[in-house]
Write a protein that binds this ligand. Structure first.
Ligand code: PEP
Ligand code: CO
Length: 449
């Protein structure tokens, strides 16, 4: 147990991105209600994930974490949820093949409803209103009523998360067994790639492995086992998080039971800030985004504060330096953490350091920069002697047009066609599968040398 900590001790610290609710009594009433409702996840699932993350840190498993930048309440539909799970599952099959290791699947799902914003106010013409902060806080329409923070949305968020998770659990139980077979995937895009042969060979090889195993065990092995799946979101709204922070029978300490893996975003990672204070006291594994503005003293300070006992599996460091800066910024971080003997799982988020705005004012990311940051990250870890044990992606199971590039050659002019993200641009179904194929190909080649 961390000293001098309670689920509400964060209130004594300053919180970046704090929300000013106009009616504190209304907020308290909603939080009491959330606190009295059942948890979304259980402490044994949380501990199970922590153990798996420790394996990824030591190189015997690989973490695939991905999903929307911001989930919206309106997207809580069966098709959407199934598509998100489907792409993560298909990517994980490809990564199992590439890494020859168990792949831990973690969605940015069932709670990724709050967003940090660089500007608290949005101006349109002469009108100034609070920025949209995610469906957990306010609504997107540009009116004073919609943009005023509303505590009822915290309860709506909890309910949407519960509905999402209920369906995820049902699908994971049995409904997705056939997706382990690549003949059920849509990989027509790969024919257009200059790597078409490599992709085809990969898919053939996955198919052969499955056929071989099924012949040996005399069964459709895909149907024997349920799909393990975990949830994560940025622990941004400390009101929402602390209302779901509980003690459970026969275990020590406090658990955030709104999600398995909460993470601290770059904008709220101050050493002495409220988000770090909250996260230091919970028993969950905790993710920390590591960006180019962070230095080694800051990072080591975070590890000391959040994981003073150096518990394996507790910390996942998600670096997001950008393709242009990763070679300069990442190695000192890897070396400092290594020298300190800190137990961490390193993962790469190749999305958030590679966001740009087109001449038309559209936020996008280039597939080539995303892949470049990933490849450089694998190289840099190998050079320093540390392990890159996972990836963190913003992606969706649908064929949206938000990031440019990839085998289908999505161009800037295509971005208008189907741009749906409310905040950051995501890889679409084909781009996400292609990233998985590139990582798998690289890891297979590395294993052979
Ligand atoms: C995010 O993951 O959506 C995000 C805002 O990331 P970061 O904190 O790394 O900017
Ligand atoms: Co984002």
């Amino acid at each position: 147990m961390q000293a001098n900590w309670t689920p509400e001790s964060w209130k004594t610290k300053s919180a970046s991105q704090a929300v000013a609710y106009p009616d504190p009594a209304h907020l308290q009433a909603v939080l009491r209600q959330i606190a009295s409702l059942p948890p979304l996840v259980t402490s044994w699932e949380v501990e199970d994930l922590k153990g798996r993350l420790a394996s990824a840190a030591s190189g015997t498993a690989f973490l695939l974490q991905g999903g929307d930048c911001a989930e919206s309440f309106d997207d809580c539909s069966s098709g959407n949820i199934a598509d998100k799970l489907k792409i993560l599952l298909q990517m994980s099959v490809i990564l199992v093949h590439g890494t020859r290791k168990p792949v831990i699947r973690v969605g940015r799902i069932a709670g990724q409803y709050a967003k940090p914003r660089s500007a608290p106010i949005e101006r349109r013409g002469d009108v100034e209103l609070p920025s949209y902060r995610g469906d957990l806080v306010n609504r997107q329409a540009f009116t004073l009523e919609d943009r005023t923070p509303n505590p009822d949305l915290l309860l709506r968020g909890y309910e949407r998360a519960a509905l999402t998770l209920n369906f995820v659990r049902a699908l994971a139980e049995h409904g997705f067994a056939d997706l382990r077979h690549p003949e059920n995937w849509d990989i027509s895009f790969s024919a257009k790639s200059h790597r078409a042969e490599e992709y085809q060979a990969l898919v053939e090889s996955i198919r052969d492995s499955i056929t071989f195993v099924e012949a040996v065990i005399g069964n459709e092995f895909a149907q024997l086992e349920k799909v393990e799946f975990f949830t994560s979101h940025e622990a941004l709204s400390l009101e929402y998080e602390s209302a779901q922070t509980r003690q459970v029978p026969r275990r020590e300490g406090w658990y955030n039971l709104s999600t398995h893996l909460p993470w601290i975003g770059m904008r709220t990672a101050e050493l002495d800030g409220a988000h770090v204070e909250y996260c230091r006291g919970i028993r969950n594994p905790v993710g920390i985004k590591v960006g180019p503005t962070m230095d080694t003293a800051w990072l080591l300070g975070l590890l000391e504060r959040i994981n003073p006992d150096n518990e394996p599996g507790r910390i996942t460091l998600i670096h997001r330096m950008g393709a242009a800066q990763v070679e300069e910024k990442l190695p000192p971080m890897l070396e400092a953490v290594e020298r300190a003997g800190a137990e961490v799982l390193w993962t790469s988020d190749p999305m958030h350091g590679n966001t740009e705005t087109t001449a038309d004012g559209i936020k996008t990311r280039r597939f080539d920069n995303i892949v470049r940051e990933l490849e450089l990250s694998f190289d840099l870890h190998r050079r320093v002697g540390t392990i890159l044990g996972g990836v963190h992606l913003e992606m969706t199971g649908e064929n949206v047009t938000e990031c440019v590039g990839g085998s289908t050659g999505l161009a800037e002019a295509d971005l208008h066609r189907d741009y749906r993200s409310r905040v950051d641009p995501r890889l679409n179904y084909e781009q996400a599968l292609e990233v998985a194929m590139l990582i798998a190909g690289r890891l297979r080649r590395a294993a052979r040398v």
